[in-house]
Design a protein around this ligand. Structure first.
Ligand code: FAD
Ligand code: UDP
Length: 385
């Protein structure tokens, strides 16, 4: 007997399942079409080196939400890792996100914070009177055109393959611009990586007698015990898969970006001296290289000194068969999304959540936070005991 079916075992689905099992004593079945749980946060130990590799791209945990921080600490401890990124542009390496160090290195100058602010203000004057309603204008308003063209334009073209005037401004607002030498990538109160890896954390969330996990099970398949056709209307469903696919793409395809990961074990103990190096130039085919050993300096004595795992990340538009990773969110996408939301509102007994189910860029802490809110505000009144 199942009281609730959760489709998708990413952090959204895991949080809903755990809360409903624990707080309401429900029997929850979690299904996932993949052969492992955890969604895109899943990681594995590389067979050759033992180095933990995040299968779907580097995952850095950070949050300023105290409820989420307390919640995740029930399942894992965190290392004191602080994320810092560098970017290779024109054969030179600069700190990212853009800070006083980046600005002074780029302009070969020694500006103080106020001089640098004045310079950027001058360089963004071309936008006076115009609405800051797309990525390009937002970036120029924040850093001026020369820095935009060096650090953002080429990288964004590779990452999104969409005219930056078509992209929403909030993509770039994720990156801080600082008039200090602080080059932390995130500005959140808490940050770190799970001490014994993402998979151990994911398994602890699933470890509850009220939770059953079924892998290799596609909810939108034609046949099987846990399909849309056989469950909707019979059992409450929380769906965290792709919204457009749920509705058979009736309102058109929502635009997604996917990534190709090119993994290589290189015969050196340290390839690039840092976890992530971005490549801002348009003629380098990948956007960044991850070197996974550097995410866990505290494991140095367990990792080999003569080999390292690097992953080059390539970005492209997703077709229907690809993994959808980042919502592109053009104005046309936003119109389609409204049509899908109207359909979702009429779908009785099904709750849509998570990155794919809401077509929103959600970080792990946002997925967990929004799942906790869905349990409190929607599932508890409807299903709670
Ligand atoms: P997901 O993790 O995508 O899980 C959804 C699950 O649903 C998947 O396992 C999928 O197989 C399953 N599913 C889909 N459709 C079906 C179906 N029809 N039937 C059965 N199962 C189905 N977050 C951070 O906080 N920091 C980071 O540094 C970070 N980096 C990221 C890098 C990349 C490349 C990506 C893609 C995401 C990153 N994230 C990061 C976000 C994070 O991976 C998750 O997207 C976030 O935790 C939201 O989780 P979710 O449960 O909504 O979705
Ligand atoms: N970005 C950029 N240059 C960089 C890093 C980021 O232009 O060196 C832009 C790019 O458009 C990217 C956005 O800033 O999509 C947000 O960057 P973030 O690192 O958050 O991207 P993610 O890790 O989510 O892919």
């Amino acid at each position: 007997m199942t009281d609730l079916l959760v489709v998708g075992s990413g952090f959204f689905g895991l949080t809903v399942a755990r809360e409903c099992a624990e707080r309401f004593g429900m029997q929850v079945t979690v299904i996932d079409q993949r052969d492992h749980p955890g969604g895109n946060a899943w990681s594995y130990a590389d067979a050759d080196t033992g180095i933990e590799v995040h299968r779907y791209g580097a995952h850095l945990f950070h949050t300023s939400n105290a409820r989420v921080w307390d919640y995740v600490n029930r399942f894992t401890a965190f290392t004191p890792y602080v994320h810092r990124v560098y970017t290779n542009v024109g054969g030179e390496v600069f700190p990212m996100p853009i800070n006083l160090g980046t600005i002074n290195q780029f302009f070969r100058a020694a500006y103080g914070p106020d001089d640098a602010r004045r310079l950027v203000e001058e360089q963004s004057r071309e936008l006076e009177g115009l609405p800051v309603d797309n990525l390009e204008r937002k970036a120029i308003s924040l850093i001026g055109r020369p820095l935009y063209e060096a650090f953002i334009k080429g990288y964004t073209a590779k990452q999104w393959q969409t005219d930056p005037t078509e992209l929403p401004p909030d993509i770039i607002s994720r990156l801080p611009v600082r008039y200090t030498y602080d080059n932390r990538y995130f500005s959140d109160t808490w940050e770190g990586l799970p001490v014994d890896g993402y998979t151990a954390w994911i398994e602890r969330m699933l470890d509850h007698p009220g939770i059953t996990l079924e892998l290799g099970t596609d909810f939108l398949a034609d046949e099987g015990p846990w399909t849309k056709a056989s469950t909707v209307g019979q059992v409450p469903v929380v769906f965290t898969g792709a919204l457009d696919r749920y509705f058979g793409y009736d309102e058109g395809d929502l635009g997604w970006r996917t990534l190709d990961f090119e993994t290589e074990v290189v015969p050196v103990g340290d390839f690039q001296g840092t976890p992530v190096m971005n490549y801002g130039d348009a003629d380098v085919p990948y956007t960044r290289i991850h070197e996974f050993r550097h995410f866990h300096p505290e494991r140095a004595d367990r990792y080999p000194t003569d080999r390292s795992v690097i992953v080059r990340e390539h970005s492209r538009f997703a077709s229907r068969g690809d993994e959808p990773y980042y919502p592109v969110n053009t104005p046309a996408d936003r119109e389609r999304l409204l049509a899908y939301r109207a359909l979702a509102d009429r779908e009785r007994g099904v709750w849509f959540g998570g990155r794919l189910g809401t077509y929103k860029y959600l970080d792990m802490h946002m997925a967990i936070g929004s799942a906790l809110v869905m349990v409190d505000n929607e599932l508890a009144p409807a299903l709670g005991r």
